[in-house]
Structures are given as structure tokens and as C-alpha cells.
Design a protein around this ligand. Structure first.
Ligand code: NI
Ligand code: MN
Length: 220
């Protein structure tokens, strides 16, 4: 599976299905790809509907590609989502969607949201298990995530502080989650969430951490 960090918390997974997580390209100062460069999508997932995770791009891309939005139920009930006519699957924390090629589960996140609860996402595709934590503080029940979903191949964790975990808290999350690979997200987009990635790597000693700049891809 090819994983591209579009910028901020927006991540593209390209495998059997093409999946865009936390669509925020228009107005994203960190985004290195334009909407036109996003391949045809099958699914759009969002962790919560703060504007830096579910902007107008979410609905527009779903319309463009006839893609399915998967999110907390309350976001699928927003007037703009309902009126757009896009395909959607509204679940709640603890729920899992699956078709033949992909499994998406909603996990807890300690944060706020405009509609419904914020969530984290577990995506299983092409034999890989990816955890996108969304915006969240550190919480002890993260230990249940690998217990419930199996070993994590990739953990995408916010490290910017102010709205989420900072470098130190995110490093503790890495210890709890024990992922094969950790990629930090949600930092350096704006001044309040500046983070020191070398400090984060130091805090994560013994674990595999890769800094993926906006626009860069890696294989999992
Ligand atoms: Ni947020
Ligand atoms: Mn955010």
C-alpha cells in the first residue's frame, strides 16, 4: 500500500481501494498536492468535522468520484452532507464497516467536534493495519487498540500539542501502541502546533519513526 501525507492530518492510502483520510486540501497551508492530483477515490474517511479535517473538499471529492464518506453518524446527518446526495456510512465508536477489500473501524479520541464525537480510525486493507488517531489527547485505553485490532503496521499520530498530544505524550502513545512504524501528523501547519520532530524521535527511542513531509509517500 502506498501512503502519501498530503499535509496536516490529511493522508491518502492507495491500495486495492483509494482512501482519503481527513480531507483538507483547499486552504491547507501545508498541502503539497492539489485536488486535481488526488486519484479517483473509493472512500473518504473523517475523524471529526473541525474545518482542518473535513472541509468542503470532503463533499466535493465524494461527488467527483462517487466515493463513500465513512464517519461518525452525526456528520453524515449534516444538512450539507444530506443535501449533497453523496454515498455515506454513518457509524459510531465501536462500529466497523467492511466490504470485500477494506475494513474501517471507529475508535475513541479525546477531543471535541462540531457534530458527534471525534474518533480515531483503524483501516485494514491489503493485509495491513493502519491507525489514524485523529485529533486526540493521550488516553490509557489506547492499549486496547492493538489488543482488539492486532499489531499495527502504521500509526499516524498527532504531535503538534495545543489541540492534541505533543511530542512527549505522542511518544508515550507509541510505547502503548507498539506500531511497526510511526509517522507523526498534525504539526507545523500553523504556529500554535509547531513541533520538534527530532525531539519526538528521541522520545521514541527503540521505535521506528519516519518523518514524512507533506507531499511525500512511503510504502507499508
Ligand atoms: Ni480538531
Ligand atoms: Mn485538528
Amino acid at each position: 500500500m502506498k501512503i502519501t501525507r498530503i499535509g496536516h492530518a490529511c493522508v491518502l492510502l492507495e491500495g486495492t481501494k483509494n482512501v482519503l483520510i481527513d480531507p483538507f486540501i483547499t486552504g491547507n497551508p501545508a498541502a503539497k498536492l492539489s485536488l486535481e492530483q488526488i486519484p479517483k477515490l473509493d472512500y473518504i474517511l473523517t475523524t471529526h468535522d473541525h474545518d482542518d479535517h473535513f472541509g468542503p473538499d470532503g463533499i466535493n471529492l465524494a461527488k467527483r468520484d462517487d466515493a463513500t464518506l465513512i464517519s461518525i453518524f452525526d456528520i453524515t446527518q449534516r444538512d450539507d452532507v444530506q443535501q449533497s446526495g453523496i454515498k455515506n456510512v454513518g457509524m459510531n465508536i465501536g462500529g466497523t464497516f467492511n466490504d470485500d477489500n477494506i475494513e474501517v473501524s471507529l475508535t475513541p479520541a479525546v477531543h471535541s467536534s462540531k457534530n458527534g464525537s471525534p474518533v480515531g480510525l483503524i483501516i485494514k486493507m491489503d493485509g495491513r493495519t493502519i491507525y489514524h488517531a485523529g485529533d486526540t489527547a493521550l488516553f490509557g485505553d489506547m492499549r486496547l487498540i492493538p489488543e482488539l485490532f492486532g499489531a499495527l503496521d502504521v500509526a499516524l499520530l498527532p504531535i503538534g500539542g495545543h489541540f492534541t498530544m505533543d511530542e512527549k505524550a505522542a511518544a508515550r502513545a507509541v510505547e502503548i501502541l507498539q506500531p511497526q512504524l510511526t509517522v507523526p501528523i498534525h504539526y507545523n501547519t500553523w504556529p500554535p502546533i509547531e513541533a520538534d520532530t527530532s525531539q519526538f524521535k528521541q522520545f521514541c527511542q527503540g521505535f521506528n519513526v519516519q518523518i514524512v513531509d507533506p507531499g511525500e509517500s512511503f510504502t507499508a
